[in-house]
Design a protein around this ligand. Structure first.
Ligand code: KIV
Length: 266
């Protein structure tokens, strides 16, 4: 199968084909999802709360992200590899955004994702002009949680819906190749999707988006809280815990290692 590029995303929208994205934070995670056939892998800053034990994504640094982007890039995925730009890695200035985005590209990412709408257009414009593909992200922006005042659905009022449409249009005009719509009422997400020539990738934004993205550890049951828009395909947390308990039990009782797991000289 052919390598997925940003052009593939645009072609898929034209053909009406659903785009499938998922997060991955390390080499083996990336191998699993790539072999499963996803179109895009996001090394999300959700790595902070999911893997690193931070309270939120606000604690995630460039160094944290680079470590994980490099690990995922080593798997040489067929899927498009997108790196999430963490909090304050692009806000200060265009130059700062360019320096940090180029570190991700050198680490193996093929595009970067930035949270925000109209207010970050200058940054998007600078990155696109420098030849760095950008994915937008509107709706719930976890990096702005202290301003938004909580993890709630966006677009409830006409005013909020119009602002989201305006943000999406501005991002498209600035040259992003797709936009993540997070926690947006489905009818608003449909309107945004219809009004754009670039694909929308939804998470908690209903079925009318051009594609979907989800956090790998959420659908595998590896995160403590089950969010309302997440379907859990397997309860890996408990499966792995039970397997570990079995190992503990077998070592303590002398069952492991049994004959087939060790060698003697004669
Ligand atoms: O960090 C992340 O995993 C994300 C997705 C939820 C879109 O931004």
């Amino acid at each position: 199968m052919e390598k997925v590029t940003v052009k593939t995303f645009l072609d898929m929208k034209d053909r009406g084909e659903k785009i499938v994205m998922i997060t991955a934070y390390d080499y083996i995670n990336a191998k699993i999802v790539d072999e499963a056939g996803v179109d895009g892998i996001l090394v999300g800053d959700s790595v902070g709360n999911v893997l690193l034990g931070y309270r939120s994504t606000l604690q995630v640094s460039m160094e944290d992200m680079l470590h994980h982007v490099k690990a995922v890039a080593r798997s040489e995925p067929r899927a498009l590899l997108v790196a999430d730009m963490p909090f304050m890695s692009y806000e200060p200035s265009n130059e700062y955004a360019l320096i940090n985005a180029s570190r991700f590209i050198r680490a193996g990412a093929e595009a970067v994702k930035l949270e925000g709408g109209v207010e970050i257009i200058d940054r998007v414009d600078a990155l696109v002009k420098a030849g760095i593909p950008v994915m937008g992200h509107i709706g719930l922006n976890p990096q702005r949680i202290n301003v938004l005042g909580g993890y709630r659905y966006r677009g409830r009022t006409d005013e909020e819906a119009e602002k989201l449409i305006e943000d999406a249009k501005a991002l498209e005009d600035a040259g992003v190749f797709s936009i993540v719509l997070e926690l947006i009422y489905a009818d608003v997400a449909r309107e945004i999707t219809r009004s754009l020539n670039i694909p929308t990738i939804g998470i908690g934004a209903g079925p009318y988006c051009d594609g979907q993205i989800i956090v790998f550890h959420d659908i595998m049951g590896l995160t403590p809280v089950k969010l309302s828009f997440v379907k859990r395909y397997i309860d890996l947390y408990n499966i792995m815990k039970e397997a570990t308990k079995e190992y503990v039990e077998e070592v303590r009782s002398g069952i492991f290692p049994s004959k087939e797991y060790y060698r003697v000289r004669k």
